[in-house]
Design a protein around this ligand. Structure first.
Ligand code: ZN
Length: 291
């Protein structure tokens, strides 16, 4: 099943004759589920059972307009982001790869957006790209075993962990949350794909390109802590709630790890993708001068 946020309403998405089409869940279920995404995650098992059943109307699917898409889980109670979770990225960042849980921080939800956006570059900012597999939690999780962890995942989506490196690394201790949470710095989408849709949800190709030049390409099988191990480790420490969002970390190829370093410039376009999920498209502009 594929779940989208269309105009802040939950929708099922299917591909029909090469076109993505959607069905509003609240309309199609006569108001039983939705209309928002948080209510769908709260009732995840029932909604997925309904979506797989015979009561979904066949004739009401309409083409998806990508400009209306928002983040698949737009109002999570918690957002987790994971650093240094691929060996090659840890190395390019100047760290030895973590053997225990990698660094965990947050991206504030005010930075969330849908998949296709224009992003304002903060003045004097070094804005970097980080394509990441994002998992959304489907039911409350506490002390979950790694072997059971996929059953706590509602689905997977693509995310960019856009990062302003000056803010991120300034001060006596790093400011990961603020440096990664400027407006528009957490584009996600285009929709959420349930784990059963993949031949192997633990091995997906992901990457991104700037103006057509590929800068990152990796596979999620190279995650040091894959999604099940992250769910197990996080849920040992905190309770995870339906709709919670986990950015799982980025593969090698970020701008900060290059020689010379390279960051996003006004006018550039960043295209990101994950196999079996879809694409994100960002264009960058200079922030308007401060008043
Ligand atoms: Zn990241």
């Amino acid at each position: 099943m594929r779940l989208a946020n269309i105009d802040h309403r939950a929708a099922l998405v299917i591909e029909q004759d090469g076109t993505e089409k959607f069905l509003d869940i609240a309309h199609a279920s006569d108001g039983r589920w939705g209309p928002g995404l948080p209510e769908v995650f709260q009732n995840w098992a029932d909604v997925t059972a309904w979506a797989a059943g015979p009561n979904v109307p066949a004739g009401q699917w309409a083409p998806v307009d990508r400009t209306r898409l928002g983040a698949p889980s737009p109002a999570p109670r918690q957002v987790f982001a994971v650093g240094l979770n691929y060996h090659a990225h840890a190395a390019e960042s100047g760290f030895t790869a973590p053997t225990e849980l990698p660094p965990v921080f947050t991206k504030y939800v005010s930075s969330f957006s849908g998949p296709d956006t224009e992003v304002a570059l903060p003045p004097e900012g070094d804005v970097d790209w980080e394509i990441e597999l994002v998992a959304v939690v489907g039911r409350e999780a506490r002390d979950v075993a790694e072997a059971d962890a996929w059953s706590y995942v509602a689905g997977l989506t693509a995310g960019q962990d856009l990062s302003e490196r000056i803010t991120q690394l300034r001060g006596p201790a790093p400011q990961f949350g603020l440096g990664k949470s400027f407006n528009g710095f957490s584009p996600q989408g285009p929709w959420l794909v349930t784990p059963d849709e993949f031949a192997d949800p633990g091995d997906l190709e992901l990457g991104c390109a700037i103006d057509g030049e590929e800068v990152q390409k990796g596979r999620t099988r190279d995650l040091i802590f894959g999604i099940p191990r992250l769910i197990a480790a996080l849920s040992e420490n905190v309770t995870l709630y339906p709709g919670d969002v986990i950015f799982s970390g980025t593969p090698a190829g970020v701008g900060m790890g290059r020689e010379p370093k390279r960051f996003l410039r006004s006018g550039e376009r960043l295209d990101s993708w994950i196999e079996g999920i879809g694409e994100l498209h960002q264009t960058f502009v200079s922030a308007p001068a401060a008043k």
